[in-house]
Ligand binder design. Sequence first.
Ligand code: NAP
Length: 382
Amino acid sequence: MKQSLLFFLFACVLTLALRTSTATPSLFTNVHSFPLFNSAETGLHMPALGLGTGFYGEQNVPYSTYPECGAEPPGCGPNTQKAVYTWLTKAGGLRLDCANSYYNQRFVAQGIHQSLIDRSEVFILSKVGPTFPLGYNETINQTLDILQELQTTWIDLLLVHWPTMKHPGQSDVPKSSDPACNTTSPLTYNEKDCRLSTWSAMILLFELGIVRSIGVSNYNITHLQEMIDANLPLPSVNQVSFNPYNYRTGRADLQEFCQNNHIQLVAYSPLGVPDVHPYPVTYQNKTLTGMSPTLLQDPVISSIAKFYNRTEAQIILRWMHQLGVASNPRSMNETHMKENLDIFANPFTINDNDMMRIANLAQDTCDVDPDWYECVGNGNLP
Ligand SMILES: NC(=O)c1ccc[n+]([C@@H]2O[C@H](COP(=O)([O-])OP(=O)(O)OC[C@H]3O[C@@H](n4cnc5c(N)ncnc54)[C@H](OP(=O)(O)O)[C@@H]3O)[C@@H](O)[C@H]2O)c1
């Protein structure tokens, strides 16, 4: 315990020394970005569109399997490196959406290294958990590991990936030394205390300057309210599954709550994971009317795309941007990456009527309380 504390303090001193000896990190104010508030360095902005780096395996995993690199399936590393390199050098993207549990951060680092772009010009978002344990020391130790994997001395934005130790997609619950997060100790285990203890470590990392901003992911209003009630500094970001199919069925309320508390919402799976996630169009052997298997094939999105002379993906990403939501679509395709960023290079405005039509496309009864980010779309929409 004492040793790990000493190592931690040494790492902090080293971080600050290295930070001051390299180029000053950019505040990203000169690009299309959203300002970060709450627990964020003053003036820090987050580039509005990032590259998702989860799920670069060679084989698509079956529907409802967590679409991340997991235990590094074949192709995950090289594909990640190539995508990061392409994103930074060919498409001109700046933000990378990483996570400890994507198991590919070493390849993200290689992609950045290969790009020859200065670290200070790249906005790196990473996450602690959920295949790694939450808890006070665990959060600090994971962050040190992440720094090493990403070959960097600071993280621009660090998130708590999942609000509970018991991630529904995992059979093994990771073991934590933090009593509040130790699921094998029923007397001390308490999910709320575990979240708050983890958050205290995040605050320390922020105060020490190892991370420039901190946030959460997959948190619902209750989880965020806990932080307010505990009088803790609030996250600058909440990253959740967000797209037109789950906007009206859970996300609109969360967005309003976040806006009121200066928490920037970030959309993951913004395009509805079209390669992995066919939305059910039948339920109990009945065909559901008006349902589309993927967002990119939705007839309303297609007709709006035709009207604005843009692609379906651009309509969805621009709709999100106009709602004030940042996003990080995953892509291995240079044309798609450029197309996604083109909504800023060649901006257009979706009119109010079309914004409403997209918002009303809901066909998911999604994770109002985070249970599993895949959605069931059972047709019983409110
Ligand atoms: N915080 C969390 O719990 C969490 C959970 C899930 C995901 N995430 C993050 O969010 C990222 C994105 O989410 P996701 O991977 O689930 O799904 P997504 O971004 O909605 O979908 C990715 C798919 O969209 C395609 N695509 C991208 N741009 C396109 C375009 N312009 N036109 C047509 N197709 C396009 C990609 O194909 P191509 O490769 O062919 O372009 C890929 O098949 C992940 O990589 C990860 O970083 C976070």
